[in-house]
Structure formats: C-alpha cells, structure tokens
Design a protein around this ligand. Structure first.
Ligand code: ZN
Ligand code: ZN
Ligand code: FE
Length: 760
C-alpha cells in the first residue's frame, strides 16, 4: 500500500505501527520519496479492517491524498517493523510546513521536573520545524539541519519507542544533545549561553533595546511594543517610516486588551499555523484614553501602527518565543529581520553584518535555517480567512488541480514574489520571497527558483513568467532551460483564483491592482476578462489616465490625482487652483509639462492608482511611505452605513471603457463643499461595487472571479460579494493563496500549458 500526501513528519509511521500491532498484522512501514509505503500480512478480514481504519484514525496533521493498494504473495514476516527510509523513485511526498509548538511540548517546557524544562528547541511528531530545516526528501534526520546533532541515549530511546510521542520525530532534541542558545552583543561577542542567554535577551528588551532573534524561519527584530520611543528607534534604524509592525502577545487574553477578536480570528491565532492575524484595534473610550472596552487597558501605542485601526497580532509559536514572552509578560513588536524591502536574514553571521546597525543584541543558536520562511499574514473577509502573505505554517503545502499538469516552473511577479512548481496535480507555491528590487531579494529569488525543482528532483518542461520584458524574473526565465510561456499579469491573477477555487469557465474575471504590464503597452490594473471554455479576452477596463513621472506616482498619490484631473479638464486644469493645492508652483511646472506633451506620463487603467488619486483628492494622503498606504487609509476613512454612491458610465466599444469622469466631477463638488473624507470614501467604494455588478450584468456570466491586490480591501471585497449575490451572481475570491502578487505564480502555472493562455 502506498500512501501519498502530507504523511512524513506527522507521526504517520508510529500510527501505522500501533494500528498494525493492535490488529496483529505482520509486515513493515517505510518513508519513501513518494510518501509512506506499507506492507502487511494477515487474514483478509483484518487487512480490510486495517485499510478502513487507516484514513479514519490518521494523525491530525496528516493529509492523505491517495492510498494505492496492491496484493502480493505473503513473504512470511514474523513481526511488524518500521524500516529505514528508501530514497529512490520520483519525489512526490508532501513536505510539511513548520508547525507551532503543541500543548504537550509546552507543558514539558514549563515543568521543572521534566528533562526538557526551559529547553527552547523542544518538539515532537506533532509540532516543530519542518520546511525550514529540510535539505532533501525523504524527511529523515540525516536530510535536515539536525544531522550534526547526535541524539543522546534518552532522546534515542524515545525516538525508537513506538509508543512515544517522539517516535521518529526527526528534529527531536534535549538540552543535553540538541542546539543551544547564545546571546551576542552587536559586534558578535558572546555574552551568555543557554538559559542565561535567554534571560539576557529578555533583560535587553525590558530596558528598551532592540533584539535580533534567530527564530524558526529567519531573524526577527523584537522590541517592547509598549515603549513608543523604542518602537520609534526601530523605525528609524530599519528605515521603515509608517508601515505597521506586527505584535506578538504572550497570551490571547493580552491580545484581547488591544484588539477585538472574533471566534474565527481566535481560532486562527491559536492554530498550528499560528499566523499574524490582522485584527481590529479596540476603540479608545472617552475620558479614559487607555481603556479599551470594558475596562481593558490598551498597551500598544500608535507608533506601532500609525493611524491604523488594525493591528497584526500573533502568539508565540516556538518554545523559544514562549519562554521569552513568558519571561517578559508584555507584548513585543516582532518584525522581520531585514532592512525595508530586503528578504529576511537566516544566518547569524550574515545577520551580524546586515542587522548590526539595527539591533543592540542578538539571541542566536546553532540549528541552521535551511531556507527563509517569513511569518504568514491572514485576515478575515466575509467570515473566511484570506492569506495576505503565505509563508510559515502554510508553504509549501500544494494547491491540488483537477487535472495533472506537465511540469511547469512559474517565476511569479516582481513585487511580493513567490514561485511555483507543478508536479502532476499538485502545485507547490513557494513561501513569500518579497520584492525583487534589491540584490539580496534577487539572490533569495534565484535560490528559491532552484530550490523547488531540486527538492522534488524534477526538470521543469515549461517556464512561465510575466509578460514584462524588464522584470528581473523575465530575464531570469530566459536563462533557464525549457519552453517559455509568458502570461499577462492580470490574467494570471484571475487564473490563480480559478485554480484555487476549482472554477471552470465560462466566467467573468475582475482583476484590480496597482500595476501590471498590458498587452497593448499601457499599464493595466482595472481589468475585466471574459473567460470562455478555450479563450479569454479583455472585456472591459477603467478609462486610462496619464501618470506624470511614471513609477514615481506610486509614492505620490497626488500625482495620480493630477493625472485624473488632467484627463478630465485638459489644459483648463491649470486655472482651477483649488484642485492643485498639494503642489508648489515649482513642483507643478515640470509635471504639467509632462502631461501636456505626453512624455514620461504612461497611460494606465490601474484601479490602485485610481484609489490613490481619490485619496489625494479627498485630502487623505498626498505622499505614501509604503505600497498601498493611501488606498488603505481611504478604506479606513469610510463612514459606516453610507449607502450613497458616485455614478459612472459604460462605453459601447469593445473592450468596454468604464468612465469614472462623472464620479470624479461629483467628488470635486463634494470637496468644494468640504464634505468629510469619510463620506467621499464611502461613495467611491460603493461606486466600485456598482461597477462590478454592472459589468457582471453586461457579461451575463453567472460566475464572477475576483482577484488582485485591491481585493485585500475588506470593505470593497465584502460589498462586492454581497451585491453580486444579491443580483444573482456567484462570486469567488481567494483564501489560501493571496489575491495580491503573491498569487501570480499559481496563475502562471495554471495557464502555462493551456489553450487559453494568450489573450484574444
Ligand atoms: Zn510537540
Ligand atoms: Zn537528548
Ligand atoms: Fe498584481
């Protein structure tokens, strides 16, 4: 019997052993590169019983994708045993993600009588590192970062005892035989070891210092989240002006003082994946500025997430984090150990060089991190989870397609990059890699591109990549062997959502985001696609406008506003001085010249830039310090329970042009009447939902697929879903794969060998 799926590193063999013993079967079980292979001998009724109970009673974390049974002549085994792994054959066993510390291990870590008391690397078959320590399949200690740690007699006995929770727990260790902590100063001098190192690190945080912690999948920077000055120091040193930081709370109760937590959200926080969950912060009540709700004391100052009604919260997910947070008993900022836009650091010596100017101290250890895995980020939209960053806890579990694919390697997008590899029906989407703007990010990308095919020992036949010839990923594609399959960015967004939800055409796809290379040389981002059985065409798009200064406009929403206004008013704009107040005359001169002569002002149909322009016109934000900031603030500003909506018009041509001019003219009137930004924001969002419904009616397809970064916007997404349903349509959106550019690679795989890849 060959069992395929996530069956290695979850206590599957011990489970099989116990079940076989119970049924007095003879034979053996072994980990193979395809999964788990079992041979049993017994009377037919007991074999049938074994086959029936196996999938029913499997370990909680195991995922069985298939169970193939074949009958052989009996060999005359005299017992049941677990055999050494074999590593021949195709590698298709699923690699498990890293799993948060289980209750049993946690109890041991805090039990003074246990031999693992206060040991930060405690784990068992139900929890601990997996993806971050695997070098190659099959999943055996010799193929992990634990290979250089020889087990002591006690650990070896547990490892060999089928009745033990650590039976074949590959990364198992104890204070006597496993990895150890060290505390370093910012120059790498060892100041303390083992438990003393942990206490040293806690003291550093307590006194407002910045700690670099070698965590599970990379370095994190930790600082006392209650200490506004310390948080500000971290911002200054990390060059991260306003982008929100995530916070790790010691307990769910402490998180509850600062955030509203629904049952679903609490379930996510305490899940084995243990992601960062975007939560709504509690409201400050009048008169008692520090009280949130019923006498709860808010601990987190505004500097952690300036002007943001949400907070990214997580709970400790390794014994090391549990020990540290128990010691501190207060929340800490826990952000990735990098300079802005660079990938997370995984090696302590590299960290010293890259983070030496940021951190005051380093808490490190000697268990190598094989590959970087960031903390995942999830939020709840329409009572379902939506992954915004997919990494620890989720990657590299595959998305399973309906039909097997030729082997495709997809290189993803330029921002929020992730790559993907298909092996038959499984698509393995890598962990979040990041923006391919820096040298470090490009190196991490190159490593990940080589990593997936190496792990699964495949030679991809097709390389899927973006259409944009200037992307680093596109250039990288040309250096790889295999047939190339360029895929348009927004079509990849829709295909990603189709693949995840197993939706088949016909359907209408709505792809709204910031930027993507269009087939006509303009920048796309407000797109509708009509997807039929074997074809896809651009059905509609937002009216285009010029972006003065091109990419610079991403950082300056006021430039998008200027482009929109110029599209409406032409040269008459320069007389309407009340609309130009966010520019000095010296700033305006070159920008007006660009727009009038149509130089360095690429045309775009981007919904993201439309959001930016509206945010600037609503006087919410003229300049952004991080991607998506203006659009986020426009969402946060929405006045609740406003049902009013701006109007728009639809053209008669093909593709249909969605004209936002009536909306913008009304918005300008609202601005002149000093209407609140909140009401303007509501009217604008409501109009966008109306646009989707109107186009769905024109397309007359029951299924509507939503993707692209704009659908991270909770208000927009929920309103679109509700209105589509109210009008008889069936909406689909992304949950396990991000709707942002982190989902592009899956869409590229899906389309790479499809007849509908090229837009018609
Ligand atoms: Zn455990
Ligand atoms: Zn040991
Ligand atoms: Fe995109």
């Amino acid at each position: 019997m060959v069992v395929r799926g996530a069956v290695q590193g979850v206590g599957f063999r011990p489970f099989v052993y116990r079940l076989a013993k119970e049924l007095t079967l003879r034979g053996w079980v072994v980990n193979s590169a395809q999964g788990v292979c079992i041979e049993v001998e017994a009377a037919p009724d007991r074999l049938a019983e074994f086959a029936r109970r196996l999938p029913l009673e499997k370990p909680v974390r195991a995922i069985i994708q298939s169970c193939e049974t074949s009958h052989l002549d009996p060999l005359g085994c005299d017992a049941f045993q677990i055999r050494e792994s074999t590593d021949h054959g195709d590698k298709s066993a699923l690699i498990l993600p890293d799993i948060a510390t289980c209750e049993d291990c946690l109890r041991e870590v805090f039990d003074p009588r246990d031999r693992r008391f206060r040991y930060p690397f405690t784990n068992c078959t139900n929890c601990g590192p997996r993806f971050s320590i695997i070098e190659t399949l099959p999943y055996d200690r010799a193929n992990t970062a634990m290979k250089n740690f020889a087990m002591c007699a006690d650990c070896a006995a547990e490892y060999r005892d089928p009745a033990n929770r650590r039976f074949h727990a590959e990364p198992t260790a104890c204070p006597r035989c496993g990895p150890q902590l060290q505390f370093w100063d910012s120059l790498g001098k060892v100041l303390a070891c083992a438990d003393a190192a942990l206490r040293h690190a806690a003291e550093a945080i307590r006194t407002g210092k910045i700690l670099a912690l070698k965590g599970l999948g990379g370095f994190q920077l930790l600082v006392d989240a209650r200490n506004a000055a310390a948080v500000q120091r971290l911002r200054d040193r990390k060059h991260r002006a306003e982008k929100p930081f995530a916070v790790m709370f010691p307990t769910p109760e402490q998180a509850g003082a600062d955030c509203e937590i629904s049952e679903l959200e609490e379930g996510l926080l305490t899940s084995p994946e243990a992601p960062i969950v975007l939560l709504q912060r509690t409201q400050r009540t009048k008169g008692s500025p520090l009280l949130g709700g019923e006498g709860r004391v808010r601990a987190i100052p505004d500097a952690v997430a300036p002007g943001n009604p949400n907070l990214g919260a997580m709970l400790p997910y390794t014994p090391l984090h549990h020990l540290l947070l128990r010691e501190l008993d207060f929340p800490v900022v826990a952000t990735s150990g990098n300079l802005s836009d660079e990938p997370i650091c995984i090696d302590e010596h590299e960290a010293l060089a890259r983070l030496g100017d940021i951190a005051d101290g380093f808490l490190v250890h000697d268990r190598p991190i094989v590959r970087h895995v960031d903390d995942s980020i999830v939020r709840v939209i329409h009572e379902r989870e939506m992954l915004l960053r997919r990494a620890r806890g989720y990657a590299p579990l595959p998305i399973t397609l309906r039909h097997p694919q030729p082997m495709v390697l997809a290189l993803g997008a330029h921002l929020k990059n992730a790559v993907a590899l298909s092996v038959e029906r499984n698509v393995f989407v890598s962990q979040h890699i990041g923006d391919l703007a820096t040298k470090q990010a490009h190196d991490a990308f190159t490593r990940s591109v080589a990593d997936l095919p190496r792990l699964y020992e495949t030679r991809p036949e097709v390389i899927a990549h973006d259409l944009n010839p200037d992307y680093l990923s596109t250039k990288h594609a040309s250096q790889l062997p295999g047939r190339k399959a360029p895929v348009q960015h927004h079509w990849a967004h829709i295909a990603s959502c189709m693949a995840e939800n197993e939706v088949e055409p016909p359907l209408l796809g709505v792809a709204w985001d910031g930027t993507g290379y269009g087939v006509d040389g303009t920048i796309w981002g407000g797109e509708f696609f009509l997807v039929e059985e074997n074809s896809c065409r651009r059905f509609a798009h937002l009216r285009t406008f010029g972006l003065p200064g091109g990419d610079t406009a991403v950082k300056e929403p006021r430039r998008s506003a200027l482009g929109l206004l110029y599209e409406i008013f032409g040269d008459e704009l320069w007389e309407q001085s009340d609309l130009l107040t966010s520019f000095s005359s010296a700033e305006l001169r070159p920008l007006s010249r660009m727009l009038m002569r149509r130089i360095n002002s690429p045309a775009t149909s981007s919904a993201g830039r439309l959001f930016d322009g509206v945010a600037a016109l609503a006087r919410i934000r003229d300049r952004s310090t991080f991607e998506g900031q203006a659009a986020m603030e426009l969402e946060f500003a929405i006045e609740p329970d406003t049902e009013e909506s701006y109007t728009f018009s639809l053209g008669d041509g093909s593709p249909i042009v969605i004209d936002w001019e009536p909306a913008l003219r009304a918005l300008i009137e609202d601005r002149r009447r000093n209407m609140s930004a909140g009401r303007i924001a509501a009217r604008f969002h409501n109009m966008l939902a109306d646009v989707v419904v109107a186009l769905a009616q024109r397309a007359a397809k029951a299924q509507v697929v939503l993707s692209g970064g704009c659908f991270q916007n909770r208000y927009l997404t929920e309103r679109v879903i509700e209105q589509l349903r109210a009008n008889g349509f069936q909406p689909f959106w992304q949950q396990r794969i991000p709707p942002n550019d982190g989902g592009i690679a899956l869409g590229q795989v899906y389309l790479a060998t499809s007849a509908m890849r090229e837009l018609t």
